[in-house]
Design a protein around this ligand. Structure first.
Ligand SMILES: Nc1ncnc2c1ncn2[C@@H]1O[C@H](COP(=O)(O)OP(=O)(O)OP(=O)(O)O)[C@@H](O)[C@H]1O
Length: 264
């Protein structure tokens, strides 16, 4: 196993309510290793610090103290350029509404200065085709459905061929039928790449974690710690009503109840 991301002894707290001199502690001596090529799901209740962790990994947020924020063996704090290997997919698509879906993807390539420029069109077509949007890529965001916009935002991230994809509840605002289709598209994309991308995917949905993950990291409410870390060795597509998936969901619920005092 090769470690892609290593967070070592992280402390992070935010200022408490205005007028108080307390701080809200989110992480204390928190460490996490993420394996290269894994589909790691960070699973935890609202407010436990999942988005915060993605922001620490990509260097947007500086911890109060850290032993290391190590990407490919190098510390992000000494080499901020490492964040250029990462792409972010948010809960909402955040597309520029005056650009077509393809122009949105091109905008990202331009921003990162991805080389060679001559390959941009090829990359854009490749990834829009992979998510089934080739015929819609010249439409504007308002001309397509919410699911199509979110697919376009996945293309915008993937087209840069980042080594690490940080995905923050990307399907949580979609209806369940569209979300299920999006999960299938994402897994197909991830599984078909010759260079395996490392995905760090945030959710508070146990079923979604069971459907997607090769690695599950379950977090307690803040101050947050890892209450369960588990590999999932099941092929895709995973059937929601299979004994394995139902068993895994039960195990995750049980762990939340036993170790974090949370019942679903
Ligand atoms: N800039 C900030 N200043 C103060 N508090 C913050 C800041 N950013 C996040 N927090 C607090 O830190 C905690 C963790 O936030 P975070 O968004 O990481 O949680 P989360 O697990 O992703 O939650 P959700 O699933 O609801 O998105 C929350 O209590 C949040 O209010």
């Amino acid at each position: 196993m090769t470690t892609k991301v290593s967070l070592e002894d992280i402390d992070l707290s935010f200022p408490g309510p205005a007028g108080s001199d307390t701080r809200k502690v989110i992480y204390e001596n928190f460490s996490l290793q993420i394996e290269e090529g894994s589909f790691t799901v960070l699973l935890g209740p609202s407010g436990c610090g999942k988005s915060t962790l993605l922001n620490i990994i990509n260097g947007l947020l500086k911890p109060t103290r850290a032993g290391g924020i190590v990407i490919d063996g190098e510390d992000l704090r000494r080499k901020p350029d490492l964040s250029r290997q990462m792409a972010y997919v948010f809960q909402g698509p955040r597309l520029l509404r005056w650009k077509t879906l393809a122009q949105n993807a091109r905008f990202g390539l331009k921003g990162l200065g991805v080389q060679p420029k001559a390959k941009w069109d090829e990359l854009i077509e490749k990834y829009f085709t992979a998510v089934g949007l080739r015929d819609a890529m010249h439409l504007y965001p308002h001309q397509v459905s919410g699911g199509m916009r979110q697919r376009a935002s996945i293309v915008r991230a993937w087209v840069n061929e980042p080594q690490i994809l940080l995905m923050d509840e990307p399907f949580s605002h979609l209806d369940e039928i569209t979300a299920a289709e999006m999960r299938r598209i994402l897994i197909d994309l991830w599984a078909s790449e010759e260079t395996k991308r490392t995905i760090v995917f945030v959710t508070h949905d146990i079923s979604e974690a069971a459907q997607l993950a090769t690695d599950i990291v379950m977090l307690t409410p803040a101050p947050s710690s890892i209450c369960l870390r588990r590999k999932v060795d099941l092929a895709w597509p995973r059937q929601l009503d299979s004994d394995e998936v139902i068993g895994l969901e039960k195990e995750l619920r049980h762990a939340f109840a036993e170790r974090a005092g949370i019942r679903f």
